[in-house]
Design a protein around this ligand. Structure first.
Ligand SMILES: Cc1ncc(C[n+]2csc(CCOP(=O)(O)OP(=O)(O)O)c2C)c(N)n1
Ligand SMILES: [Mg+2]
Length: 348
């Protein structure tokens, strides 16, 4: 469960070395563990169902599944509060569910129905919930980073005690706008946590082939004095622990923080990805050895936090909830064509 340490190489003079989170041997209550398990499983089952429905032609357009990465959003959610805001890329279903958004509304948006969060007009990549403080869902790689930085600026300006969790992929980290945002966030000490979800691949190639210094993406804020940490993103407890540290830093006026979550996606980049850039064996190995849900399940059983029967009951309840969301999404009517002309501008 250990998180990775900063490289042993001695840091250059004056360079603030990126630190590493300690192991996740923290005291956590049984209820908390069960909640983490339930939430990760809910995302997994939701995404599996979405994948099935896509295959059946019930969902169209782009659809990027989050399977494998569940510990990141669940751990970060547990480390932060309901006042904190979230913004992310197109791989966003897990983030929305972790924010407490209704699975019915998310699934109905995927099927393009009126009951969806964007009334069926946005689809997988374009959902928002002001109530749950989720600000998208962005299809343009990296575009959410200046937006999250702007939200953090608003928190500071309005003297709100909130932090903005700004998620981005390893591929997005090479975008110029990310560094413009880093500069402003550091300059003004904005309450923002940049969470790099390093799942090792962009759309069609590995980080080794696309990113300089690919083993230490958490150091990318160094030029601006932004501290960073590399975290085992397949361990929900390690994520939570690192998230608490980053949130404390950002909330107390010290400015931005970077967390590099080492994670993995099991499915293709999107539903139409032939995944020629990696082997099936690699995916299989990850699933067998690193799966965040199985890992937590094993930990709870080994340490006597839960009985098999309790976990089975959670599995059953989660499955039933996801089936109900799928049912809702198929029964909700399609938007009326007149809806094409509404919601184009939103009142301030
Ligand atoms: C500006 C821009 N360039 C290219 C694309 C096409 N594209 C979509 S996702 C993606 C890869 C991004 O990978 P990463 O940031 O690692 O996120 P992941 O999909 O792994 O979650 C690319 C190149 C885009 N949507 N926007
Ligand atoms: Mg990636």
């Amino acid at each position: 469960m250990a998180t990775r340490k900063a490289p042993a190489k001695k840091p250059a003079a004056k360079r603030k070395p990126a630190s590493a989170a300690k192991s996740s041997a923290v005291k956590v209550s049984k209820d908390e563990l069960l909640n983490h398990y339930r939430e990760m499983l809910a995302i997994r089952r939701f995404e599996e169902k979405a994948g099935q429905m896509y295959g059946m032609g019930l969902i169209g357009g782009f659809c990027h599944l989050y399977i494998g990465q569940e510990a990141v959003v669940v751990g970060m959610r547990a480390a932060t509060t309901e006042n904190d805001t979230v913004v992310t890329s197109y791989r966003d279903h897990g983030h929305m569910l972790a924010c407490g958004m209704d699975p019915d509304g998310v699934m109905a948006e995927l099927t393009g129905r009126r009951g969806g969060y964007s009334k069926g007009k946005g689809g997988s990549m374009h959902m928002f919930s002001h109530e749950k403080k989720f600000y998208g869902g962005h299809g343009i790689v990296g575009a959410q980073v200046p937006i999250g930085t702007g939200i953090a600026f608003a928190h500071q300006y309005l003297e709100e005690p909130a932090v903005c969790l700004t998620y981005l992929g390893d591929g997005a980290l090479n975008q110029g706008q990310v560094y413009e945002a880093f500069n402003m966030a550091a300059l003004w000490k904005l309450p923002v946590i940049y969470i790099i979800e390093n799942n090792k691949y962009g759309m069609g190639t590995s980080i080794e082939r696309s990113s300089a210094k690919s083993t230490e993406l958490y150091n990318r804020g160094q030029a601006y004095g932004i501290p960073g940490m590399q975290v085992d993103g397949m361990d929900v407890l390690a994520v939570k622990e690192a998230g608490e540290k980053a949130a404390e830093h950002a909330r107390s006026g010290k400015g931005p923080y970077i967390l590099e979550m080492m994670t993995y996606r099991y499915r293709g980049h999107s539903m139409s990805d032939p995944a020629k850039y990696r082997s099936k064996e690699e995916v299989q190995k990850m699933r067998q050895e690193r799966d965040p849900i199985e890992r937590l399940r094993g930990l709870m059983l080994d340490q006597g936090h839960a009985e098999e029967s309790e976990l089975k009951e959670i599995d059953r309840a989660v499955k039933a909830r996801v089936s109900a969301a799928a049912e809702f999404a198929q029964n909700s009517p399609e938007p009326d064509p007149s809806e094409l002309f509404t919601d184009i501008y939103v009142e301030a």
